[in-house]
Design a protein around this ligand. Structure first.
Ligand code: V0D
Length: 257
C-alpha cells in the first residue's frame, strides 16, 4: 500500500487487538457520529432480502451503543434514515420505519437501566405516527438519564437543516429581534437540530463510501474522519475500538501548529 493511503484506509488495522483499558488511557472522543452503510450489500452477499441486512444492522446499533456508554462517550449520533431514503421501494421504507419500534421494544429497558438518553435529529413531522410515537416514548422515558446521549438522525438532511436555521434567523432579523453582529457561529449552531451537543470529534463511515452524503455538514467542520470497507452488519466492538484508537493516535490541531 502507498504510504499516503494510510491516513484514511484501515485494511491493516485489525492486526492489533485493542482493549477498552488501552483506549481509556487516552482522551476518548466526546461525540462520535456514524454513517451506518452497507446493510443492503451485506444481505445481497448472502442472497437475503435487504430487510435482513437492516435487521442485522439494528443489532449492531445495540452493541456499539453499549460499548460507547461503557467508554463514557458523551454522545453517539447515528445516521439511521436520510431525507433521500424515501426514494427506496415502499416495502423497504415501511420496513425501516418499523425498526425503531422493534429496537425499542427489545432494548428500551436496557437503555433505561444503563442511563442512556435517546434523542433524535431530523424532520420528525414526516415520520409515520407509529414510528414517532415509539421514539417519543423512548425520549420521554430516558429524558432524565445522564449517561450516553444516543442521538438518531431520522429523516435528516444537513442542507435542509442549515436552510431552516437561516430562515429562523432571517425571521428574527426581520422582526428586529436581533442585529447583524449578533449572528455568529455560536448563534448559528444554536439554530441547528444538534443544539446543545458538542460537534462530533470522530466520524465513522462503514462500507467503503468516502463521502458525507448530506450528514452534519456544519458540525463536522473540524471532525476526524475514519472510513472502513467493513459493512455495517459486520462492524463490531473491535472495529469501533480501532477507530477510537486511530483517532487517539492522530493528535488533533485546529489549524494551529
Ligand atoms: C437500518 C442500520 C435502530 C441502518 C441500523 C427508521 C439502517 C438499523 C433505529 C432506531 C435502522 C431509531 C430510532 C430509535 C430507536 C432505534 C433505526 C432506522 C433504521 C430508520 F429511537 N436501527 N435503525 N431506525 N436501521
Amino acid at each position: 500500500m502507498f504510504n499516503f493511503m494510510k491516513k484514511w484506509t484501515n485494511s491493516e488495522q485489525l492486526n492489533e487487538t485493542i482493549t477498552i483499558e488501552q483506549i481509556k488511557q487516552h482522551e476518548i472522543p466526546k461525540h462520535i457520529a456514524i454513517i451506518m452503510d452497507g446493510n443492503g450489500r451485506w444481505a445481497k452477499k448472502r442472497s437475503l432480502p435487504r430487510m435482513a441486512g437492516h435487521h442485522e444492522g439494528m443489532k449492531v446499533v445495540r452493541k456499539i451503543t453499549k460499548l460507547a456508554n461503557e467508554l463514557e462517550v458523551k454522545a453517539l449520533t447515528l445516521y439511521a434514515f436520510s431525507t433521500e431514503n424515501w426514494k427506496r421501494p415502499k416495502t423497504e421504507v415501511d420496513y425501516l420505519m418499523k425498526l425503531p419500534e422493534q429496537f425499542l421494544s427489545t432494548f428500551l429497558p436496557e437503555l433505561i437501566e444503563e442511563n442512556v438518553r435517546v434523542q433524535i435529529v431530523g424532520d420528525s413531522s414526516k415520520l409515520p405516527n407509529h414510528t414517532l410515537q415509539a421514539v417519543q416514548k423512548a425520549m420521554k422515558e430516558t429524558e432524565q438519564n445522564t449517561g450516553l446521549i444516543l442521538n438518531f438522525a431520522l429523516n435528516y438532511g444537513s442542507r435542509a437543516e442549515i436552510i431552516h436555521a437561516v430562515q429562523q434567523i432571517a425571521q428574527e432579523y426581520k422582526e428586529d429581534a436581533i442585529s447583524l453582529d449578533q449572528i455568529n457561529e455560536d448563534y448559528f449552531s444554536d439554530k441547528l437540530m444538534t443544539k446543545g451537543l458538542e460537534d462530533p470529534d470522530l466520524l465513522i463511515r462503514t462500507s467503503g463510501e468516502i463521502r458525507l452524503s448530506n450528514f452534519l455538514l456544519w458540525q463536522l467542520a473540524y471532525t476526524e474522519f475514519w472510513f472502513t470497507d467493513v459493512l455495517w452488519p459486520d462492524f463490531n466492538e473491535q472495529h469501533f475500538l480501532t477507530a477510537i484508537h486511530d483517532y487517539q493516535q492522530r493528535g488533533r490541531r485546529f489549524g494551529g501548529i
